[in-house]
Design a protein around this ligand. Structure first.
Ligand code: F6R
Length: 237
């Protein structure tokens, strides 16, 4: 595991966008695993600018998103498909037919894992981390062998994500998520975390024991993980 500590969110986003851009330039037909949430927004924005300047092309790239709320229409502004369109897909030249979300496969979630495998597997997976250590929506206690499936969101996740909704009651209670084993099969993983509210979980996940109670700790067993932090998220190390 390689850990970068950047001076601020801008530098974190630049580091992440640089790694992804290099990767996509070398492997234009690559399969990317993508995350939503606040952490990768700056990175998506920079990649969009690189596309605008003609420095990169996503024409032959395929993407699989980590997760999606259940019970929200894709045009709902809080859906992750809407988030991805607004923050990334509309800014790049990807073929929208090559962008996939696990909720589209409900209830046959095993087809999502199969689709990923048929595409050659995920070459590079982008992750954020929840304050409770979740990756995707694999909440504490998730089996390390879990595959794509429907999950109940943890109370802490509902509280954290309420900031995007008018009121907490509007936050869906269930979601579809890649499983931990789905994520661990990615050939390369980049995890982004910023802000002081991530400081404790970063220490636990990457310097504590590997445990089901901290799902991200499983990444200690992956052979190619890059963690990119800002100073605040790294301040507990
Ligand atoms: C999002 C996802 C989540 C987030 C995590 C951190 O697709 O899978 O695991 O990465 O909740 O969210 P932010 O970046 O908003 O702090």
């Amino acid at each position: 595991m390689k850990i970068y500590t950047e001076k601020d969110y801008g530098a974190l986003s630049e580091r992440a966008a640089g790694i992804i851009a290099d990767f996509v330039k070398k492997n234009p037909k690559c399969v990317l695993g993508l995350a939503t949430g606040s952490s990768p927004v700056g990175m998506y924005d920079l990649l969009g600018k690189m596309r605008e300047e003609g420095k990169i092309s996503f024409e032959n790239t395929t993407t699989f998103n980590l997760d999606e709320y259940l019970g929200l229409a894709p045009e709902n502004q809080q859906s992750y498909r809407f988030f991805m369109k607004k923050n990334f897909f509309d800014k790049i030249n990807i073929d929208i037919k090559n962008t996939f979300f696990p909720s589209d496969f409900a209830p046959n979630y095993e087809d999502y894992d199969r689709k990923i495998e048929e595409g050659g597997g995920i070459d590079l997976q982008v992750l954020g981390i929840g304050r409770n250590g979740h990756i995707g929506f694999n909440e504490p206690g998730s089996d390390f062998l879990s595959k794509t499936r429907e999950v109940k969101l943890a109370e802490t996740t509902i509280k954290d994500n309420a900031r995007f909704f008018d009121k907490i009651e509007d936050v869906p209670k269930t979601a579809a998520t890649m499983g931990i084993s789905t994520i661990m099969k990615a050939k390369k993983i980049i995890l982004l975390a910023n802000g002081k509210n991530k400081k404790e979980i970063i220490k636990k996940a990457f310097f504590g024991p590997v445990t089901l109670e901290v799902p991200a700790s499983v990444l200690q067993r992956h052979k190619d993980v890059i963690v990119i932090l800002d100073k605040e998220a790294a301040s507990g190390l």
